[in-house]
Structures are given as structure tokens and as C-alpha cells.
Design a protein around this ligand. Structure first.
Ligand SMILES: Nc1nc2c(c(=O)[nH]1)N[C@H]1C(S)=C(S)[C@@H](COP(=O)(O)O)O[C@H]1N2
Ligand SMILES: [Mo]
Length: 340
């Protein structure tokens, strides 16, 4: 991704696509199907690691963890059985290794491999989140405390980057709606603004001016309250790796990936549409809504197809990233070419 004003390399590069495909193909040949079974088994197992809520506090939710595990025959590893939820895709999750080494997190560098290499300087605990603005109950809360308010849910979502690559990620988290209802938005609240940590000692990329810091994002309140919208604290059954936005990131699966702001420290309810980082960098190329839309090309590349990481052939991009049935009604009467 880039802002032309800031002279970052154009994406996606043809050469990058070729070398990436060859790399993935070679690796898949070596590791075979083990990668995929490994991924499936990982989902659920991290719930124990993550849940620090006291026993008895509603464990159900949409998650299942190991509750449904089948008893094991001698020597066999138990397979977690989780019924597919209403929002899960049944598509094969992207290998964990790819999801954690091919990242966009400009606070740690602009190259895809930079975050995995550099994000160890981020300290995800202790972590405080401020919730303020147009709410009856503003607060400053420790993340572990906040996490204990909600049962964790597994959600397998597609993620489509505006650069025309995509992944399938099993997230662990909770719907943003629950948090917003808890702080009681006032009648003036129309939008939700999110802010990433600003601390160049933890985030060395903030010493450069690739983007304006801190990274900021926003949603309209109805989008923020939609049941698909979640705050993630983990993925693949484990605590969120730093490079994926530890300890708390936004996930909005029908929008381009840049809406999924990482390492959130502040959530503010506002009356006016809040500024968003990529729109500030280049308003011609990145809008506020950023709904995945195969019919609206980026000024420098088509959005009609995408490269699913791990696959060789491109696949068609779906309206609202395949979530049209759930979210299209949020935009009835809106010109989605104008509000891109
Ligand atoms: N704070 C912050 N959040 C961010 C970004 C970033 O650079 N900084 N990149 C965004 C973009 S462009 C994408 S595609 C996703 C990538 O998430 P992933 O690395 O977990 O796949 O994070 C989004 N959230
Ligand atoms: Mo992105």
C-alpha cells in the first residue's frame, strides 16, 4: 500500500507476485498437508491461554474451545470440534506461518517481512484502553479486565487487503457491539474513532514519516455495532502475535484490511466522521468506507480479482468480500462509487 505523495513502492509488484507464488509452492511441497491439519487443530487450544476470566463467567458465546472434543483412542491427539458458527467461512485457513510473516504494520516498517522481524519491541502487557467521547460511561480500562467482560469467540473470516491479496484467518475475540453498549453511546454518537499506540521506542517505524502517526481509523456507528465487527485478542487459538496487532485489533471482514487498525489504545465515539490514516495519506485512492468492491478499481490496479496467499491462481473478489447478505443493507441508497 502506498500514498503517492509519500513515494512508497507501487503495490502489487509483478515481480513480488511471481516470487511469492514460487516460494509458497515450494514450501507447501515440503510440508504437505501437515500445515493445514496443524492449523485446524490449533483453533480452540489457545482459549485456556487467553481466558483469564474467573470460572463461572459465561463461557459459552460462539466459541467452543475443547468442550466438544472427542475422547481419544490411545496415542491420538484430540481434535477440537467446534460447530461452524453463522459467520464462519469454511474456506481453508491461511497457514499460520504466512499470516504471521506477511504483514502490513507500518509502525514496524513498510516491507511485508518487517513487522515479523521488528515487532518484538512492542510490549502488549500491561495495556490500557481509553473509551471516551459521546458515551455516558467513559472509562480507562486494563485489557485483561476488559477481556473478562466478554466470552471469547472463534470466528473464521476472509481478509481482503486493498492491495489485492487475501487470507483466511481464525480470529479469537468479541463483538465490538458488546463493548459499545456497555459504555452507553449518547444520542449524539454517530461514529467510532480508533487510535493505535504512539510510542517510537516501541514502534520504531514511527521515527519515519511513511504515514502520519498515530495510525487512526473509524467506522460509522451502525457498522461498528454490526455483529460481524469484532475486536480480536488472538488468532489460530493463540494470543495475537505482535506483528498482527497485539494486544487488541479491529476486524471488519467486509472492508479492506487497512480498516483493521492494530494495537488499539483509544476508542472514541464521535458526532463527526473521524479522520482515517490512509485517507489522510491519499484521499483519491483510499476512502472512509473502504468496503470491498470488485466494481470500483483502485486508481492504479483492478479490484476485480485477488491473490489468496498460498494459491497460485487469482480468484474473483466478491462484493463486500462475500458478506453482502449480512451487510449490504447498511448501505441502501448510498452511491458506493462516491462513498468508496
Ligand atoms: N496500526 C496499524 N494498523 C494496521 C496497519 C498499519 O500499518 N498500522 N495496516 C493495515 C493493513 S493495510 C492491513 S492489510 C492489515 C494487515 O493485517 P495483518 O498483518 O494481520 O494481515 O492491518 C491493518 N492495520
Ligand atoms: Mo491492507
Amino acid at each position: 500500500m502506498e500514498g503517492t505523495m509519500r513515494h512508497l513502492p507501487p503495490e502489487p509488484l509483478g515481480s513480488e507476485i511471481t516470487s511469492e507464488s514460487l516460494y509458497l509452492r515450494r514450501r507447501e511441497f515440503i510440508k504437505g498437508a501437515a500445515l493445514f491439519t496443524g492449523t485446524a487443530a490449533a483453533v480452540g487450544t489457545g482459549l485456556q491461554l487467553l481466558s483469564r476470566r474467573p470460572t463461572g463467567s459465561g463461557g459459552g458465546g460462539g466459541g467452543g474451545g475443547l468442550e466438544g472434543s472427542t475422547p481419544t483412542v490411545a496415542g491420538e491427539v484430540p481434535k477440537p470440534k467446534r460447530p461452524r458458527g453463522p459467520y464462519d467461512t469454511d474456506e481453508t485457513p491461511t497457514p499460520y506461518e504466512d499470516a504471521t510473516t506477511y504483514n502490513n504494520f507500518f509502525e514496524f516498517g513498510a516491507a511485508k517481512g518487517d513487522p515479523a522481524e521488528n515487532a518484538h519491541t512492542l510490549k502488549p502487557r500491561p495495556w490500557t484502553i481509553v473509551i471516551d467521547g459521546e458515551v455516558a460511561k467513559p472509562q480507562r480500562v486494563d485489557l485483561d479486565t476488559m477481556q473478562a467482560w466478554f466470552p471469547l469467540e472463534d470466528r473464521v473470516y476472509r481478509m481482503r487487503c486493498v492491495e489485492a491479496w487475501s487470507m483466511v484467518i481464525p480470529w479469537l475475540g468479541f463483538p465490538l457491539a458488546g463493548l459499545l453498549r456497555r459504555v452507553e453511546p449518547t444520542s449524539k454518537a454517530k461514529y467510532v474513532a480508533f487510535t493505535t499506540l504512539k510510542d517510537p521506542t516501541q514502534m520504531p517505524g514511527q521515527r519515519t514519516d511513511t504515514l502520519e502517526w498515530p495510525y487512526v481509523e473509524g467506522l460509522r456507528l451502525d457498522e461498528a455495532l454490526h455483529p460481524l465487527t469484532m475486536l480480536a485478542v488472538g488468532m489460530y487459538g493463540k494470543v495475537l502475535p505482535n506483528q498482527n496487532g497485539a494486544p487488541l485489533r479491529l476486524v471488519v471482514p467486509w472492508k479492506y484490511g487497512f480498516k483493521g487498525i492494530k494495537s488499539i489504545v483509544r476508542i472514541s465515539l464521535t458526532e463527526k466522521e473521524p479522520p482515517t490514516t490512509w485517507n489522510l495519506a491519499n484521499e483519491r485512492e483510499y476512502g472512509f468506507f473502504a468496503n470491498v468492491n470488485p466494481q470500483v478499481a483502485h486508481p492504479r490496479w483492478s479490484q476485480a480479482t485477488e491473490r489468496r496467499i498460498g494459491e497460485l491462481r487469482r480468484r474473483p473478489t466478491l462484493p463486500f468480500n462475500g458478506y453482502a447478505e449480512q451487510v449490504a443493507s447498511l448501505y441502501t441508497g448510498m452511491d458506493l462509487r462516491k462513498y468508496f
